[in-house]
Design a protein around this ligand. Structure first.
Ligand SMILES: [Zn+2]
Length: 92
């Protein structure tokens, strides 16, 4: 399937459709904070099956999300390091 078709979405008859890439990326970000409905999950799943661009996007966002979680988790810095950072910010 061509990128242009995917970007606009594809309809199969009256009931089946492949959502456009914009909607797929929207659902992927929404999924980070909220549970998707059954319909949204199916639409996203089908889109990811046929669209390598969004699969790549998903992989990249997963890497970024993991890195962010690590960076913001309590284990990443010792309390001493945190205190030093706080003091440094107060001085700035
Ligand atoms: Zn896509």
């Amino acid at each position: 399937m061509y990128r242009k078709e995917l970007a606009q979405g594809v309809k199969f008859g009256d009931h089946m459709k492949i959502i456009p890439c914009t909607q797929a990326t929207f659902l992927m970000s929404k999924r980070e904070d909220h549970a998707l409905t059954f319909g949204e999950t199916i639409h996203l799943y089908i889109h990811l099956l046929v669209c390598e661009f969004c699969r790549r996007f998903l992989k990249q966002t997963n890497i970024i999300t993991k890195a962010l979680k690590r960076a913001t988790s309590n284990d990443s810095l010792s309390s001493e390091e945190k205190q030093r950072m706080t003091d440094a910010l107060k001085l700035a």
